[in-house]
Design a protein around this ligand. Structure first.
Ligand code: NAD
Length: 277
């Protein structure tokens, strides 16, 4: 039996492969997430900033799945940094999702010029202690942000969700995470589709009867990274989920290292203060 779960530093488990809903329109979200559940996904990654938490909650309610079978992540919106602001924002997310608890709550961006994420983190700890959140983590944090958190709190984030794909491999952050018991979680794991034309990925895929997308998703998993690809199309959802019957060799993994270009697809956390992601 392939182990599809990984244990976080707080001893809760998270499915290695999840389904992201960034840019899924609110009106489509219930259908899209319902399809993802039918395909087999049990881990959904949403955010207050995606404005589609309501659809995620509705999809769960109508799926017939038990709450404990599903892992739901949501994120603190950029305009809600600060202690009380965070408590209020969590209340809104929790109401939209219609959940008694959230599995994982993330600070979506560090917002360096606002410089209030430590206050938000204290609210995260309080909500976790009240049982409203199981696990707490961060997203788009750079090494100095993680060090600032460590200097001000004894709670280590369970994950740091960052942009990571073959063009942007984040080796420095991955090493820091490994040394500090933080799991790396990749957003835009297939570079929003940009990496899929790479001949190397097709060549590797041919050996296993797999597509370039499946090779990239498996690459994340083989590196010990949690991965949350998105697609609104059911056939691609199924394709992206069908990655548990093969694995890459050490040579294949190191060959993919050569695809690194340093090219981001999304915002740079050192600069991004915006209200939407
Ligand atoms: P992604 O890398 O998952 O790419 C998604 C796009 O790739 C799809 O819209 C589709 O065009 C294409 N695609 C998907 N599967 C395919 C397949 N099998 N074959 C061909 N094309 C395929 O990009 P993403 O949606 O940006 O990232 C995934 C998730 O990460 C998001 O939905 C969201 O949950 C999360 N995310 C988080 C942040 C953050 O700041 N924390 C930022 C961006 C995304």
């Amino acid at each position: 039996m392939v182990d599809k779960l990984v244990t976080m530093n707080d001893y809760h488990k998270i499915p290695k492969l999840g389904f992201g809903v960034y840019q899924v329109p609110p009106d489509d979200t219930q259908r899209v997430v319902g399809d993802a559940f039918e395909v087999g996904y049990r881990h959904i990654d949403t955010a207050a900033g995606y404005r589609n938490e309501l659809g995620v909650g509705r999809a769960l309610k109508s799926s017939g799945l038990q709450r404990a079978e599903v892992f739901i992540t949501t994120k603190l919106y950029n305009d809600s940094h600060g202690y009380q602001e965070t408590l209020d924002a969590f209340e809104a997310s929790s109401t939209a999702l219609d959940l008694d608890y959230v599995d994982l709550y993330l600070i979506h961006w560090p917002r360096p010029t606002a410089d209030r994420f430590v206050e938000s983190w204290y609210a995260f700890e309080a909500l976790r202690d009240q049982g409203r959140i199981r696990s707490i983590g961060v997203s788009n944090f750079r090494v100095p942000d993680l060090e600032k958190l460590a200097a001000n709190s004894t709670t280590i984030p369970v994950v740091n969700q960052i942009e990571l794909h073959p063009y942007f491999q984040q080796e420095e952050l991955r090493e820091y995470h490994l040394a500090h018991d933080i799991l790396t979680e990749s957003w835009s794991p297939i570079g929003q589709g940009a990496v899929l034309g790479e001949p190397l990925l097709a060549k590797i895929g041919k050996r296993y009867g797999k597509t370039a997308a499946q090779v990239v998703i498996r690459w994340h998993i083989d590196l010990g990274i949690i991965v949350i690809p998105k697609s609104s199309h059911r056939d691609r959802m199924a394709e992206n989920f069908d990655v548990f019957d093969f694995s890459l060799t050490a040579d294949e993994i190191s060959s993919i290292r050569s695809l690194q270009t340093g090219q981001r697809t999304g915002f740079d956390p050192s600069e991004f203060e915006g209200l939407w992601n």
